[in-house]
Design a protein around this ligand. Structure first.
Ligand code: M6R
Length: 606
């Protein structure tokens, strides 16, 4: 997904800091990069297809330094990844330079009108209409701010845009449907799509709202609404340090983030559950918060959807009708929604376009909405009526790992609160479950210390395909195991409900398709029956099971052991083993684990 960075400071230093910002945005996925720097006169633009290293090579002989500039990592939506399509884009005169994230839906119409009036275009992008519209407004005599405002009034779609011009020493920016944050430091300001972009320079952040227009100059910033009214936005200090956003000695962010899970889970749980009394303390959700709720719908994508499936199952078992929907299918599913339906958006980033669209649809139908997210200040957190933060810390690897664990734990706590509020009673075994949740950080650590996932990944590295099965609370874990495996190893992997194997997928099972079966200590006998079906076709079986799961151990060729815990919590532990399996399988194949091809961390287009 595209990333924006802008830097406004003294007379020099912009190029280095913009490059740092661009490198910090790499995790979003990109296929070209560029920047524009002002050093006295007009903006000078350098941009290149491919990696940021290409841009650096070009910069070595093309652009002198300056104090102010904008940069961009592009993930192609309109036109292929080429130097010409890379951002920044300029107008006919080269006086205006723009970077943009999102989609300008009416660009075709705007482009043909501009072309009719004599503007020349040099790219296939939707973005390029923006500098030409600003150029026209400047020609009409507008100052840069007015020209910028008049231009964005003409755009429809979702976007974050930042602009510099040859006319003054300022950056103009706005957002509508795409993230944009302002970083405030001593004598320096930054604008970016995401906080880690400028975390090396400041941790003081202003989260901008949709419609905000921000003008940043070396000595200050001014935020106004779309109507030009002055608005105040608080400066918040984030507790993510640059070390958090770096690899911290691991080969990949993904491995680092897998290993961060004990700490992340402690953070998720901190102060929220008391196993001794069975009490739940969810800061914004005191007892009684959800008393009027009749049903719950989860909307989410990818890994977050799998967490949503776990959440829905937990609620249904506790007596609260609940369903999980793929956010991109929510509009067509048209489930009944009213003011007694709580719609929960599960989204790590809080910026996933499909999830935001589903949440907006729910709001339009009168439903209360709640975001379960990792990012304070994200669009989902701000647009929903309430937010529960999973507190996993920044996740840079495209593959979601620690955030899945923290989502599931957050949903278990939220689920317990919901069940109590809606049914008037605690769930069966609530205290035991809370006890198991509080033990999770230690149990995950045991897995990290003793896992044999690397050996198992090596053992089956030449297989044709990889199947993952589970039932009940670990059916979503089977889906998640397969998603992670295919996402980073590029090998064919599928997840199935264990009982479904015999209804079709068994036709694919051969001695070259290992089956990874997840056992929780509940309904294991049935899953064992499915394992035998696979074994009868010659498939090697790897059980992910407790140390004392005799049945699973007896039939499996290999075992990835999980500590003894409550069956409802076992899935989180099994998933950690599967994360490690995927990681080592991908590493053996030398895949670019943190940035798998064709994928982006934050998918901000529908
Ligand atoms: O930020 P979100 O949780 O809304 O992202 C949703 C999916 O794009 C995401 O979970 C994706 O499936 C993961 N990268 C998979 O590892």
């Amino acid at each position: 997904m595209c990333g924006i960075i802008a830097r406004i400071g003294g007379n020099d230093g912009a190029v280095d800091e913009l490059l740092t910002g661009l490198e910090n945005l790499e995790y979003r996925g990109y296929d070209s990069a560029g920047l524009a720097v002002k050093n006295g006169s007009g903006p000078e633009v350098v941009k290149r297809e491919g990696e940021i290293s290409h841009l650096k090579e070009a910069l070595a002989d093309e652009v002198p330094d300056g104090g102010l500039g904008i940069g961009h990592t592009r993930w192609s939506t309109h036109g292929p990844p080429t130097d010409a399509n890379a951002h920044p884009h300029t107008d006919c005169t080269g006086d205006v330079a723009i970077v943009h994230n999102g989609i300008i839906e009416n660009y075709d119409e705007l482009k043909s009108e501009l072309a009719d009036r004599g503007h020349e275009f040099t790219s296939d992008t939707d973005t390029e209409v923006v500098p030409h519209l600003v150029e026209e407004a400047l020609d009409d005599g507008d100052d840069p701010e007015t020209a910028f405002r008049r231009t964005i009034e003409k755009l429809s779609g979702s976007y974050a845009v930042a602009m510099i011009t040859s006319h003054d020493h300022a950056v103009y920016a706005t957002r509508r449907g795409s993230p944009l944050v302002l970083g405030v430091s001593d004598g320096e300001y930054f604008l970016a799509s995401d906080v880690p972009a400028f975390l090396d320079f400041t941790d003081d952040v202003v989260y901008l709202d949709d419609g905000d227009v921000v003008v940043v100059e070396p000595d200050g910033h001014r935020i106004t609404s779309a109507d030009g009214e002055r608005v105040d936005r608080a400066i918040r200090t984030v507790d993510w340090d640059p070390e958090d956003a770096g690899k911290g000695g691991y080969d990949h962010y993904m491995l680092k983030e897998i290993h961060e899970q004990p700490a992340a889970l402690r953070q998720t749980l901190r102060g929220r559950a008391d196993p001794a009394t069975g009490e739940i303390h969810l800061e914004d959700f005191p007892p009684g918060t959800f008393e009027g709720v009749k049903r719950v719908q989860f909307v989410a994508c990818g890994t977050s959807y799998h967490a949503g499936l776990v959440g829905a199952q937990f609620l249904s078992e506790g007596g609260v009708p609940a369903q999980a929907f793929l956010a991109s299918e929510y509009a067509t599913a048209q489930p009944p929604v009213d003011e007694e339906t709580l719609v929960i958006g599960v989204t790590q980033s809080g910026e996933t376009a499909d999830t935001l669209a589903a949440l907006r649809q729910a709001t339009a139908s009168g439903a209360p909405t709640l975001a379960v997210t990792n990012v304070v200040g994200s669009t989902a957190a701000r647009e929903c009526d309430d937010a529960l933060f999973i507190r996993a810390g920044p996740e840079i690897g495209v593959a979601a790992t620690k955030t899945f664990s923290s989502q599931v734990v957050s949903l278990a706590l939220l689920g317990e609160r919901l069940v109590r509020d809606v049914t008037g009673t605690r769930t069966d075994g609530a205290r035991e479950r809370l006890e198991a949740l509080s033990e999770l950080p230690g149990h995950v650590q045991q897995i990290l210390d003793y896992t044999s996932a690397r050996r198992v990944a090596a053992e089956y590295r030449d297989s044709d395909a990889y199947f993952f099965i589970g039932r009940g609370s670990v059916f979503p874990v089977a889906l998640e195991g397969a998603l992670k495996f295919k996402e980073i190893s590029y090998e064919h992997a599928e997840g199935f409900a264990a009982g479904e194997l015999k209804h079709g997928p068994l036709a694919l099972v051969t001695p070259d398709t290992p089956v990874f079966a997840v056992f929780t200590g509940r309904n294991d006998e049935k899953t064992l029956g499915n394992v035998k079906e696979a074994e009868a076709r010659g498939a090697p079986v790897v059980a992910i099971a407790r140390g004392d799961a005799d049945g699973a151990r007896q039939y499996a060729d290999d075992v990835l052991t999980i500590p003894d815990t409550h069956p409802d919590v076992a899935g989180v532990l099994a998933n950690v083993q599967l994360q490690l399996l995927s990681y080592y399988a991908a590493d053996l194949l030398d895949r670019p684990i943190d940035k798998p091809r064709n994928l982006a961390k934050s998918v901000t287009v529908e």
